[in-house]
Design a protein around this ligand. Structure first.
Ligand code: NAD
Length: 474
């Protein structure tokens, strides 16, 4: 745990193990923080708030620039740590660390836009709106992209003058702790950023319930998000909820099939399928389905699965036993209930049957039954279900038939189809002839059970600022 930028042990003195998902080996142990630890961290953040809120935004930005520079200098070491605790291949870990630095730099560029407004009110003088930081914020994050999601939270929260307590996921706190210590070295004043490690039900809930915390930014499962929202509403706190997704990919008959195959491959198997905006349902026009599926199957068979630390690995293990068991259960159910044909994958790789890693083969399931859990639930793992559709109307209807609305992609060269997709797909992000790419410049977030609020882009600042109106009779 880090309070005031310095490492401290948990009040309870208890620790928990961080395990490498590729080998089952113990990497490190971190404090099992609970309510007392969360309270200490909130107190530190509260004490630091006045000083940080009155620091010039440009000065806050300079700390971020220095931190981004140190992160880049230490990119290789940080990527190794991330691969060891999360499981992703080293090249993906390096991209994520680079993404952390890019996001911090993006927020440095926004310091000039931290301003209010001023209007003349006829017969009454003038009115001003002032934007003020809210105070202590709490950020609770998942294990799939711990570095990038940390940046998405601390970027807008700290640049706007708030202080923050971060609770990492229990499986992946090490990269977060190291990044926080880098911000400390870059000159972030003590108490502005604090990290509490520990179980969500203890450390996480204690943060959400603490009356000094004014804003909660949560990323994780929809079910956990609902619990966090209930607690936050009880304390009248503002929330941003970035929850799950079941993104559809729509492949039309005029699509460039080669690039659609590459998009589906990367969209589904990147990070071992553990991305909120991964391609989780694929709808392809019947007329090109046979050719598309053949090409996709061949590409999937070429993926190299293994320890992310090794050379030339395309896909690492799942991050934890729970996800691994879930994926095994789902694929077994497909076979038992005859809800689709697994044409490649569907089992633990031969090379790992007796091993300790959470590996699973990249899996392609075709002719999936509409009622299958593969289409109804958020499958956070390397299993891609494909459904044949007759036209775009059917594809859009099926795509929208989900409780989630995070992202969706449409693959076509026809502008009318692009327009129809943008107008009718119910999702926070629409990709045309691509999937997965996100950028700090544009808002990110979903509709329906995918959450409330947006991260990234200038819009994200208003999630961490209060508006105050001043009426002037002059
Ligand atoms: P999770 O909901 O299990 O846990 C997320 C975080 O919440 C962890 O830090 C956990 O310790 C904490 N937590 C658990 N119970 C809590 C409670 N009662 N009170 C407060 N905190 C609690 O999610 P996960 O399994 O870590 O992550 C996977 C999920 O995250 C997927 O659903 C994925 O789609 C989603 N996700 C969404 C986005 C997005 O931006 N929309 C990005 C990445 C991941």
């Amino acid at each position: 745990m880090q309070i005031n930028g310095k490492a401290v042990d948990a009040c309870s003195g208890e620790f928990f193990d961080i395990i490498n998902p590729a080998t089952g080996e113990l990497i490190d142990r971190v404090p099992r923080g609970a309510e007392d630890d969360a309270t200490l961290a909130v107190e530190a953040a509260s004490s630091a708030f006045g000083g940080w809120a009155s620091t010039a935004p440009q000065q806050r930005g300079r700390v971020f620039y220095r931190a981004a520079e140190i992160v880049r200098q230490r990119k290789d070491e940080l990527a190794v740590l991330l691969t060891q605790e999360q499981g992703k291949p080293l090249f993906e870990a390096k991209n994520e660390i680079e993404g952390f630095a890019n996001v911090l730099e993006y927020y440095c560029g926004l310091v000039g836009s931290l301003r209010g407004d001023f209007v003349r009110i006829p017969q009454n003088g003038y009115a001003a709106t002032v934007k003020k930081p809210m105070g202590v914020c709490a950020a609770i994050i998942p294990w799939n992209m711990p570095a990038l999601i940390m940046a998405w939270k601390i970027g807008p929260a700290l640049i706007s003058g708030n202080t923050l307590v971060l609770k990492p996921a229990s499986n992946t706190p090490l990269t977060n702790l190291t990044l926080a210590s880098i911000l400390d070295k870059a000159g972030l004043p003590a108490g502005v950023l604090n990290v509490v490690t520990g179980p969500g039900e203890l450390a996480g809930e204690a943060l959400v319930k603490n009356y000094k915390v004014k804003k909660i930014s949560f990323t994780g499962e929809a079910r956990t998000g609902k619990r966090v929202a209930e607690l936050a509403v009880a304390g009248m706190k503002r929330v941003t909820l970035e929850l799950g997704g079941s993104d559809p990919m729509l492949v039309c008959d005029d699509a460039d099939l080669e690039s659609a195959v590459t998009g589906a491959l990367r969209g589904r198997f990147y990070n071992c399928g553990q991305a909120c905006t991964a391609v989780k349902r694929l709808y392809v026009f019947e007329s090109v389905a046979k050719e598309f599926i053949q090409k996709l199957e061949a590409a999937i068979r070429n993926l190299r699965v293994g320890n992310g630390m090794h050379e030339n690995i395309d896909m690492g293990p799942l991050n934890n036993r729970r996800q691994w068991e879930y994926v095994k259960e789902l694929t077994a159910e497909i076979k038992e209930k005859d809800e689709g044909r697994i044409i490649t994958g569907g089992k633990i790789p031969e090379s790992n049957v007796c091993g300790k890693g959470y590996f699973f083969e990249p899996t392609l399931v075709v002719d999936v039954a509409r009622e299958s859990r593969l289409l109804k639930e958020e499958v956070f793992g390397p299993v891609l279900p494909v459904v044949r559709v007759k036209d775009l109307d059917e594809a859009i209807a099926e795509a929208n038939n989900s409780s989630y609305g995070l992202g969706a992609s449409i693959w076509t060269k026809n502008l009318d189809r692009v327009r129809l997709g943008c107008e009718q797909l119910n999702a926070g992000i629409i990709w045309i002839n691509q999937h997965l790419k996100v950028a700090p410049e544009v808002p990110f977030g979903g509709t329906k059970e995918s959450g409330i609020g947006r991260e990234n882009g200038p819009e994200s600042l208003s999630e961490y600022l209060d508006s105050q109106t001043i009426m002037l009779k002059i």
